[in-house]
Design a protein around this ligand. Structure first.
Ligand SMILES: [Zn+2]
Length: 149
């Protein structure tokens, strides 16, 4: 198997891995859905969506022109849906990419009354962060999908 065959993001795009909620947006170039790691048994931060190019590329630097132009619109649409649909007071957009060499952009809401010390990447450490199981993730994905249209 090569890197792409081992890549769970590529496998998800091919329908070989199924995650709660499914895609909230998908076209020839991009896929967006709620975060859910194949190996991670923890429930995810509720409302944390990810935008990925379909091509197996590691970073922003490898985006082609069409991808570079298009990805901003997808991130904008998800961000707008998080603000208007589920009450995010702020939306973080970030890439870490330590674990999987397939670009995935986190688009993550911060809800009102989040303590200041847990803003930013500290959201993942907040003991009272909103988390959700399959049902919650599916409901939230349905809502975001309907807003993106
Ligand atoms: Zn991949």
């Amino acid at each position: 198997m090569n890197d792409q065959e081992n890549c769970f993001i590529c496998r998800k795009h091919q329908g070989l891995e199924v995650f709660p909620g499914g895609a909230v947006f998908e076209n020839d170039l991009f896929y967006s859905g709620h975060s859910w790691s194949a190996s991670d048994q923890e429930t995810p931060y509720l409302g944390s969506f990810i935008v990925e190019p379909k091509r197996h590329i590691p970073t922003w630097a490898e985006l082609n022109d069409a991808e570079a132009k298009g990805i901003g619109k997808v991130i904008r649409d998800v961000s707008k849906a998080l603000k208007e649909g589920i009450g995010a007071e702020h939306v973080y957009v970030f890439v870490i990419g330590h674990h999987i060499p397939h670009l995935h952009v986190w688009v993550m809401p911060r809800f009102p009354d989040t303590p200041r010390e847990y803003w930013g990447l500290e959201l993942f450490e907040w003991p009272e962060r909103p988390v959700g199981g399959h049902k919650d993730v599916k409901e939230m994905s349905d809502k975001i999908r309907s807003l993106i249209g």
